[in-house]
Write a protein that binds this ligand. Structure first.
Ligand code: COI
Length: 356
């Protein structure tokens, strides 16, 4: 599908690097980006790495009107030996194509996309932060570009990859976050786009998120769109609970995102012989477990958030504390192991990391 070379144009003015202790998430971008175009009849073409720059689109470009777009998030890490490791990049490009399929966007060549990403990172390698808890966040995305106001799949697209040196996603870092369980709004329904990574899912989540933040909660926990009863996921993370010695997480029911970190945590737990079950979990079950003293730990997982302990849920005006608001033992072990595998300080028994 993609036999062409990648054209490379390097910047003549390199930007200053940010202070690694003040990184936060998603504000700073590296010197270069990857781009590739699609036109009906021509396929994907003109793969290029260019200086990070603004793009120009017609106001009628379909992305602005009907939101036909997909994205991914993955990370690269610099090891102590100065090697660069990518964490499970094949999974992200595979999921990008699954999202493409749902959004009627033409498939990309996953292998070619990975090679392009490696090339881009090797050019901007000196942007990968080395400090503990930092990494290079990678954002591949595709937008529809055809200037047309009819509702139909676009006939042209742009695929881009941008890079951003990041610290922790939440201001709390590895300290537990407080999550409000959403009662009024829903994120997704079966048959919708909940399991695709598309911008609209996040746009429709903002209202509830804003309300939660106003009352001191970092994110919302979404319940299912039909009965408003079963737990789905948190704003930017999948969710896990440890209840009476057993780990449970919502099953992939078609409306939640199939997280790469979620999958990695399930594999790690199985490897450690810790019971982990994917199933429907009602919010009442979590409330009851909390009342009975059986809700031992709760944490979210995601590429941006990594593993984020949850210290409290708010459900129908009742505060449900977890571990007295402190990080649980298993959550800590999972965090240390996963981040150790990712940054090369711990063995990688599953061969998850790909060297640049
Ligand atoms: C990620 O974890 O990479 C995500 O895509 C979540 C994002 C919305 C910050």
């Amino acid at each position: 599908m993609q036999n062409e070379q990648i054209q490379i144009t390097l910047t003549s003015t390199k930007k200053p690097k940010p202070d690694p202790s003040k990184l936060g998430f998603g504000h700073v971008f590296t010197d270069h980006m990857f781009m590739m175009d699609y036109h009906e009849g021509q396929g994907w073409h003109d793969a290029r790495i260019v200086p990070y720059q603004s793009i120009s689109l017609e106001p009628a470009a379909m992305i602005f009107h009907y939101g036909q777009s997909v994205f991914e998030g993955l990370k690269a890490y610099l090891t102590k030996e100065e090697e660069v490791l990518l964490f499970r990049p094949d999974r992200n490009f595979k999921r990008l194509n699954q999202s493409n399929d749902r959004l009627c966007i033409p498939e990309i060549d996953e292998q070619f996309a990975l090679e392009a990403l490696k090339k881009l990172i090797s050019i901007d390698r000196d942007w990968i932060p080395a400090a503990e808890g930092t990494s290079l966040y990678i954002r591949p995305f595709i937008i529809s570009t055809e200037p047309y106001l009819g509702v139909a799949p676009s006939k042209s697209y742009q695929f881009m990859i941008i890079l951003s040196p990041v610290g922790s996603y939440y201001k709390e870092g590895i300290n537990p976050v407080k999550i409000a369980v959403e009662r009024q709004y829903v994120r997704a329904v079966a048959g919708g786009t909940g399991n695709a990574k598309t911008g609209g899912n996040y746009a429709s989540s903002l209202k509830a998120q804003e309300i939660a933040e106003k009352i001191g909660y970092s994110q919302v926990l979404w319940l299912d769109g039909k009965e408003n009863k079963y737990i789905e996921e948190v704003g930017s993370m999948n969710i896990f609970f440890k209840i009476n010695g057993e780990v449970v997480t919502p099953d992939l029911n078609g409306s939640i995102l199939e997280g790469v970190t979620r999958n990695s945590i399930i594999q790690l737990l199985k490897h450690w012989n810790i019971p982990v079950i994917e199933r429907r979990i009602s919010i009442e079950e979590i409330q009851q477990a909390c009342h009975d003293g059986l809700l031992e730990e709760a944490f979210g997982t995601g590429t941006a958030a990594v593993i984020s302990p949850i210290g409290e849920f708010l459900w129908q005006n009742e505060k449900l504390p977890v571990q007295d608001g402190k990080i649980g033992k298993l959550t800590r072990e999972l965090y240390d192991t996963l981040t150790g595998i990712q940054n090369g300080t711990k063995p990688d028994p599953f061969d998850w990391c790909v060297k640049l």
